[in-house]
Design a protein around this ligand. Sequence first.
Ligand code: SAM
Length: 204
Amino acid sequence: MVLEVVASKVDREQLRDQIEAKYCDVAKKPEQGFHFHTGRPLAAMLEYPEADVNALPESTIESFAGTGNPFLLGKLHEGEAVLDIGCGAGFDTLQAAKQVGPTGHVIALDMTEAMLEKTRLGAETLGLTNIDAKLGYAEELPADDGSIDVVISNGVINLTPDKMTVMQEVYRIIKPGGRFQIADIVVQKPVDQDAKDDIDLWSG
Ligand SMILES: C[S@@+](CC[C@H](N)C(=O)[O-])C[C@H]1O[C@@H](n2cnc3c(N)ncnc32)[C@H](O)[C@@H]1O
């Protein structure tokens, strides 16, 4: 059987603008409430240990907006090189940076500057110097070929219309034998083309 996947017709730049506006609010006005869960209640729902959450700055926790817990697939090892695609306010980035320790490092990538500012602030608050927060897109990962031990991501790839390019980028940067630990949204049946082409259904 040949399965034909028809790409979405949404305008990528328009979608990026909408996503950025939405996640700028998650960074700057987390108390306003969204159509998805956020913050400390979400972290509890997704089985992050309370002690790990309490060790993070409150401004990081309040803007957490993931869809799962990449560390349920395994903790990261000391000295590893990590890239967090769509790091948001740094909830997973900061935990990853602690897990890999000073001999490891984490590249934290996001397209929303307000989120990256929170990641940088969180790293500074915790005295973590092994995080490099970079503005950019999941479709062009800022790492050399075969340079990363673990790619993590939480709730981001569902927001990218060109998932094949994102996967090719992950494959390009990951070391042989490296790991891809992501949490994201999975649908069990094909999404109607009309829904795929409706930009409002992408960012809510
Ligand atoms: C649902 S939030 C998740 C944030 C973070 N991973 C967490 O768990 O809190 C999605 C994040 O991905 C970022 N994002 C969405 N599409 C992106 C893309 N194509 N490239 C880079 N970042 C993207 C948004 O700016 C936002 O910060």
